[in-house]
Design a protein around this ligand. Structure first.
Ligand SMILES: [Zn+2]
Length: 260
């Protein structure tokens, strides 16, 4: 099996580039629009340098830690925190909490990742892991995962009506905003995850089941591939190309040819 890393043009963002993105391009209005009235009480989180090993020196000890951002007055303060940490990744907590900080529900989500795709060139997940390439992917795997996202969206439409699909930087997330989905039991979530998996979708079960409650923040920077996490219309799944779509290519990539 061939060794590989990332599709052409994708690479780690430097600290300077993260800073530039979050000060110049990170669109708080769009972030607010994503949450709507669900924004109240949302917890955010960042990981500074777990995979990239790129972190501000003063945060060396916390580089791999998941840092929760839950004390803020508005999204400007959230951005200020992000600019302080300059993380490789930013997330939000899908759990919904009451005033006493008790969990009252969880947004249902599906995480489709290219590493879970069995590639005719690069093999299956086990083979990729054996080579230490669990975070690598190729454009063929991406196209397959995009096709899966469309089919999963259509499958979920039978049960849910408020679906949102997001380009996650590597693959796709499907978020379910239907009121009743927030109240699903863990058992029911597990059933749904198994059913979806059995249909052949390359999802990470633990995201759907809820064990992993954090999900990538739309409109944030995915620092492993230098792409903006971008909500899409279902119709765009037929052709969406993160290599060239201006909406998800940060300025620091557009203005400078890739050097690594
Ligand atoms: Zn491949």
């Amino acid at each position: 099996m061939e060794r590989y890393s990332l599709p052409e043009g994708m690479r780690y963002a430097t600290l300077e580039e993260r800073k530039r993105f979050y000060t110049e391009e990170f669109d708080l209005e769009k972030v607010a629009g994503w949450f709507g009235k669900r924004l109240a009480g949302v917890k955010f989180a960042v990981i500074i340098g777990r995979h990239t090993k790129i972190f501000p020196e003063k945060y060396r000890e916390d580089a791999e830690t998941t840092i929760i951002i839950d004390e803020y007055k508005n999204l400007n303060e959230v951005r200020d925190e992000i600019v302080e940490f300059l993380p490789e990744s930013a997330y939000y907590d899908r759990n919904v909490y009451d005033a006493e900080d008790c969990k009252t529900g969880q947004e249902l989500a599906f995480d489709l990742d290219p590493e879970n795709i069995t590639c005719p060139i690069h093999g299956d997940l086990a083979e990729k892991m054996k080579r230490g390439q669990g975070l690598s992917f190729c454009s063929l795997e991406f196209d397959m995962v995009r096709e899966q996202a469309l089919r999963l969206y259509e499958f979920l439409e039978k049960d849910f009506s408020m679906l949102n699909v997001v380009y996650s930087g590597r693959g796709f997330h499907i978020h379910v905003f239907d009121e009743e989905a927030y109240g699903l039991s863990e058992k029911k979530r597990r059933q749904i995850a198994r059913e979806v998996k059995k249909k052949g979708f390359a999802i990470d079960e633990w995201v759907t089941v809820g064990e992993m409650r954090l999900i990538r923040l739309p409109f944030s920077l995915h620092g492993l591939v230098s792409r903006v996490v971008l909500p899409l219309e279902k119709s765009e799944l037929a052709w969406f190309d993160p290599g060239n779509d201006e909406r998800c290519v940060p300025r620091f990539v557009r203005e400078k040819p890739t050097s690594s």
